[in-house]
Design a binder for this molecule. Structure first.
Ligand SMILES: Cc1cc2nc3c(=O)[nH]c(=O)nc-3n(C[C@H](O)[C@H](O)[C@H](O)COP(=O)(O)O)c2cc1C
Length: 187
């Protein structure tokens, strides 16, 4: 089994991010050999990064129980899908903080991105994330899902229509390829 975590990258009240994250999570669960998990940064209220050492050197005992909980959770996965909005042409500070808290547990694993926003569909946030994860020795995959003007893809109940996550199959295919390859290599 390959464990893949879907991470909701925004925490603000009334956020939209739950909707694409849940569609991606439900589709991911249907893939054979995949154990999918949905992670919500609200469940990991980390302080702003304040460790005396680089995350690569953070080990047990952890200074903060939330840091321990988050780090151990990330360590469990073979791959990740981050679902992110675009805030001022970047990605949310809470997401950067959560990324920065973890070091070696991210290493040598693939990561994919789902984004949403106005005309750019969150792509500027994703391009920044790709640069960041390279420093964590991760493999950002090419395929992504970018929902342009997401409010145009809501049904009468305000729910996101499933076809709004256009491109999800290519994302899953590429992510699985890299997940298998890198798990074998790590092993
Ligand atoms: C601080 C802030 C900055 C924003 N900047 C952008 C932006 O640069 N590009 C964009 O497409 N949308 C931007 N938006 C609009 C967001 O796409 C929209 O609010 C979206 O719902 C945010 O995701 P969330 O609801 O999951 O937090 C911004 C929203 C906030 C709150």
């Amino acid at each position: 089994m390959y464990k893949i975590q879907v991470i909701i990258g925004a925490t603000r009240q009334g956020r939209f991010g739950d909707k694409p994250a849940k569609i991606i999570f439900e589709d991911l669960k249907k893939i054979a050999d995949v154990e999918a998990e949905l992670l919500d940064l609200r469940d990991y209220p980390l302080p702003f990064f304040d460790e005396p050492v680089s995350p690569n050197f953070i080990t047990e005992p952890y200074s903060n129980p939330q840091v321990a909980k988050w780090t151990k959770k990330i360590a469990e996965a073979d791959a990740y899908i981050i679902v992110t909005p675009e805030y001022n042409h970047g990605y949310p500070a809470v997401l950067k903080n959560a990324i920065d808290y973890v070091g070696k547990e991210w290493n040598n694993k693939p990561i994919a991105f789902v984004s949403y926003g106005a005309v750019a569909g969150g792509t500027r946030a994703v391009q920044q994330l790709r640069q960041v994860v390279v420093d964590l020795q991760m493999t950002p995959i090419r395929a992504g899902v970018h929902i342009v003007n997401y409010w145009d893809h809501l049904d009468e109940k305000g729910e996101l229509k499933p076809d709004a996550v256009h491109g999800a199959q290519a994302l899953f295919d590429q992510l699985l390829w890299w997940t298998k390859a890198l798990k074998t290599a790590r092993g």
